[in-house]
Design a protein. Structure first.
Length: 307
């Protein structure tokens, strides 16, 4: 099998490297470089990832033919796996990189506030219709009925994290982070997905302010210490999100919101929500809350986040 890479994420090594197959799924193949390094992911979907290599594969192709432990090498921008035989040409692939701070989110601007409200509405309606465990609006209301113990803990943690970020209280943020990391089941637990989106929202709103940068840096250090609480796949997403690097779907939603692009907001929300069973909805929830975290007054009050 021989494929061309469409895009290569910014976290994929530019030079030669050796790896082994960590896990294989229909549309994704995870590679491990070293024991403590984030994973690299080969994908054949339509989304880019900071740790991803997106390939031009035919319809119906599946990575499930690969087995854990198989050796993989990359030499002179050609990635190969011997059993089964696979060759991926990385030359000429676009480099995927997020620049969330350049969006300079300000959800108090009336156009941005209107688009934020529309995204919030679409997200909550979809979560309710699909009987999702976590509903975005329930995360921000302390008296909302919880659908499960995990949803209750997620709400407590998100409200605590929101309050800590408002006050730039790095110590107060530690307990909510401990509650969220690894919370829930699945390849990417809901607590981790919420954090990925939330971190993206904070990076969008950093606006070059030192106290905000210092707060996010403190979250990153705390997350590294808590990384043993979740699995390798989810740990990789958290690691990159803490540095402002997320999937193209989530980044596109963030840009659509920050640019107050009302004509494209519905499509951007629906695209972001497609990731996994509930992962996309959880990440979008975190993103919207993160975007409103450092907004002054109106947008946060409208969402019910200030309490």
């Amino acid at each position: 099998m021989s494929f061309k890479a469409i895009s290569v994420g910014c976290a994929v090594p530019r030079g030669d490297f050796d790896a082994t197959v960590h896990s294989a799924f229909r549309s994704a193949l995870n590679l491990r470089l070293n024991e403590n390094d984030p994973l690299i992911t080969l994908t054949c979907g339509d989304a880019e990832f900071p740790q991803g290599i997106r390939i031009d594969a035919p319809s119906g192709f599946s990575f499930e033919i690969f087995y854990a432990g198989a050796a993989v090498s990359c030499r002179e921008h050609i990635l190969r796996c011997a059993a089964p035989a696979l060759k991926i040409d990385l030359r000429g692939a676009a480099r995927f990189y997020c620049d969330l701070p350049s969006l300079k989110a300000d959800m108090t601007r009336p156009p941005a506030a209107a688009v934020w409200r529309r995204a919030w509405q679409i997200l909550n309606e979809r979560q309710i219709q699909s009987d999702a465990e976590i509903i975005a609006r329930d995360l921000i209301h302390p008296n909302a009925p919880s659908r499960s113990a995990a949803a209750r803990r997620a709400g407590e943690a998100m409200r605590g994290l929101f309050d800590a970020a408002r006050r730039y209280d790095r110590l107060a943020a530690a307990a909510p982070l401990r509650l969220l990391v690894g919370l829930g089941s699945g390849l990417t637990p809901s607590g981790d997905d919420l954090l990925v989106g939330y971190l993206a929202g904070l990076w969008c709103a950093v606006q070059g302010k030192n106290e905000r940068i210092r707060f996010i840096s403190a979250l990153e250090k705390e997350l590294i210490g808590l990384s043993h609480r979740t699995n390798d796949i989810s740990r990789s997403y958290l690691y990159h999100a803490a540095q402002g690097q997320v999937s193209s779907r989530l980044a596109n939603l963030a840009e659509t919101l920050c640019r107050a692009d009302h004509s494209n907001i519905s499509a951007a929300v629906w695209s972001a929500m497609q990731a996994g069973h509930a992962s996309g909805m959880d990440a979008a929830s975190g993103l919207l809350i993160g975007l409103a975290n450092w907004a002054d007054g109106d947008i946060a009050a409208l969402a019910g986040i200030i309490f």
